[in-house]
Design a protein around this ligand. Structure first.
Ligand code: URA
Length: 270
């Protein structure tokens, strides 16, 4: 049998790009899928790590052995429910090991902005720039989101921004329904703790996940929904995701109408 010819560097890079490896984060490759205790360690380059708190356990009902995703969802729900503050929630998510996206992401992307804000924006999931910086909406679509927020006289000191999924899916692929269900209790708790007057869901995935609708964004945008936190009802408005507006600028006109409706409700409820 003739052996396969070795890949050229160019072909290898093209393969990586197609597989979603679109940026170099460090000089040395890191196998994030390796078992931590069998991963090779180089004593000369590995800095001394501070003691890490124990990972959040997956909590199973006594005597039951549910499938792993169910256990992860139950564990996320229980962990999120007991987080008394945003700081606690963030720490708990840093330790949560129930979502496989954490293994391939560089870091948790928790939130940006003001936790006291009256308006909260929720997107789908971090992309490459967010994964590098650890903040939501800092790439191209983030710049447009800043302009949208600016158009109603606000900025990140007066708004709170987060995502349904707090870890970047590899290669920016669409999160699976399972990953979304595992992460959902965390964003729900975040909304409950921020307790804004207006919740803006950006794009279809965020709208359908948080507002429990199966309708598409063309039908839901600009329509007010009730978001129930369990203790309060928050007014929620879906609008287009800024990444979509970058691809389809003609819809900016409708997004502008949504922003005016948001500004009006904020004025009325102040
Ligand atoms: N798209 C999102 O949905 N969220 C981000 O943080 C960045 C891009």
């Amino acid at each position: 049998m003739t052996p396969e010819p070795a890949l050229s560097v160019r072909e290898l890079l093209a393969f990586y790009l197609e597989a979603g490896v679109d940026c170099a984060l460090a000089n040395e490759p890191i196998n994030r899928l390796a078992e931590p205790d069998i991963a090779p360690k180089r004593a000369d380059v590995v800095p001394v790590q501070p003691a890490r708190p124990a990972p959040v356990p997956l909590i199973l009902p006594p005597g039951e052995t549910p499938a792993a995703p169910d256990a992860a969802i139950a564990s996320a729900r229980e962990a999120a429910r007991t987080a008394p503050t945003l700081t606690d929630l963030r720490q708990l998510m840093e330790r949560f090991d129930g979502c496989s996206l954490k293994a391939t992401a560089t870091r948790l992307v928790f939130s940006d902005g003001n936790p006291e804000a009256r308006i909260m924006f929720v997107g789908e999931a971090p992309g490459r720039d967010e994964d590098i910086e650890g903040l939501p909406f800092v790439g191209r679509s983030g710049k447009l989101l800043d302009r949208m927020i600016g158009a109603i006289g606000l900025d990140r000191t007066k708004a709170y921004i987060a995502n349904v999924i707090p870890w970047r899916p590899p290669g920016n692929r669409t999160p699976t329904p399972q990953e979304t269900q595992i992460c959902l209790p965390f964003i729900q708790r975040q909304i409950e703790l921020v307790d804004p007057d207006v919740l803006v869901t950006l794009g279809n995935p965020s709208t359908q996940t948080l507002l429990g609708t199966r309708e598409g964004i063309m039908r839901t945008r600009g329509r007010w929904f009730d978001y129930h936190t369990g203790t309060r009802v928050i007014r929620a408005l879906p609008t287009f995701h800024p990444a979509y507006l970058l691809r389809s600028p003609a819809y900016k006109r409708l997004a502008w109408q949504d922003l005016l409706a948001i500004a009006k409700v904020l004025r009325q409820s102040s």
